[in-house]
Design a protein around this ligand. Sequence first.
Ligand code: P5A
Ligand code: ZN
Length: 481
Amino acid sequence: MAEKQTEEKKSALPSKSNFSEWYNELLLVGEIMDVRYPVKGLYVWFPFGFDVRKRTYAIIRELLDKDHKEALFPLLIPETEFMKEAEHIKGFENEVYWVTHGGKNELDVRLAMRPTSETAIYPMYKVWVRSHADLPIKIYQIVNTFRYETKHTRPLIRLREITSFKEAHTVHATWDEAAEQVKEATRIYQEFYRRLAIPTIVSKRPEWDKFPGADYTMAVDTLMPDGKTLQIGTAHHLGNNFAKTFDIKYEDLSGEQVYAHQTCYGISERSIAALISIHGDDKGLLFPPEVAPVQVVVIPIIFGKSDDVMKACSDVAEVLKKDGIRVALDTSDERPGAKYYRWEMKGVPVRVEIGPRDLKNNVATIVRRDNGSKETAPLVNIAEEVRKRFGAVHESLLEKSAKSLKERIIDCKTLEEVKDRITTGIARIPWCGERDCGLAMEEAVGAGILGVPEGELGRGAGKCPVCGRGTENMAIMAKTY
Ligand code: P5A
Ligand code: ZN
């Protein structure tokens, strides 16, 4: 019976080549998100998914806590504050949910449910910033934000309630210091994504695609299995634009009042969408060990009864637990095959099997979820052996995903080629950097310019496909989520 059920479930997960169906089904059978909540764009975290979220966000907290402080600001923003920054309003006004009533009373001042928290935080920064000695300020919060998105909503990818919005807001004396902070933010995000074994491309967004109210925007993108890119983080240089509207000034060394310079940067549960999509496969979820809710499953290989094997398995589970490893011991009555299948689906990166023959030799069989490799390892230092596999799984996940990204970035010379290539990945093409040319390229291709990437990827030589001028800048174009 158990076997039959798993057979049925097996056919329930579509192949990853049908990415969209695979993704939606996996969120449910993998118990990440329940999409049946009766409001469009709002979803429910299952406890298992929430566990993954907790571990993922522990990494970003760890990285930020080195040099930032965590705080918490209110969800509701008075209309009077929200409406101060002209560009910012233009960018967000169509996406704001408004609270208009308290009970039956209409509110004198409507309250915006934060789509992002600049206008909640900066009135306080006005009060907090007095002198150059107060700077820099580096604060972050992890909250829910609300955006009335009109594009197609998708779990973890485009939500109307972003449940896991990590936003950092910094204040600096000078424009240059703020620019340094933007660089630091993209470094932190790259480190975060390395820990998740997710490859990234950092690029400066074209000026028509920057954050409303920013001087410029740096974006972190990754490539999803279906060939579309997903923006999984952004860092914005706000110049002194918000400082002017919110009157954030400090007294400099000569006693003069000067406007401060600011940055903000954010990531959301898109990080988890990328995690699941990039590593998962036809068998289901696959987590890098650091964020896996269960890191190892121990399975006795017995047909019938064997107290010895059972005892050895529970001993091994104990040893691993004592070593700080998250272990499941599966002593249920199911056949081993059915157990493998279930734990594989849950993304457990390492499996330890012990059968009568292993026990006789004082070894266990260690199986990796990512490549299926089977090795025997002595029971005496089982924890060390398992940890070694954790490192190997993480490394090979990163290697594999980085290779897959690299292979899907295709050099193009003409816009025709770009149009053809972006159906499966990213097109790389010379661009002179001019606005008019960029907009013409987007129009001709029917997809966006992500920007000119940092590093080698953004350097080359060629001719702008629109104006024909020679340039050393390479832009990347892709279909985006
Ligand atoms: C930076 C933090 C901001 O809001 N203010 C504070 C700045 N930037 S942003 O680019 O608009 O958003 C930051 C990141 O959040 C993700 N994101 C979303 N994720 C899920 N659902 C949405 N509707 C959504 N909108 C934005 C993106 O990864 C974006 O880079
Ligand atoms: Zn040009």
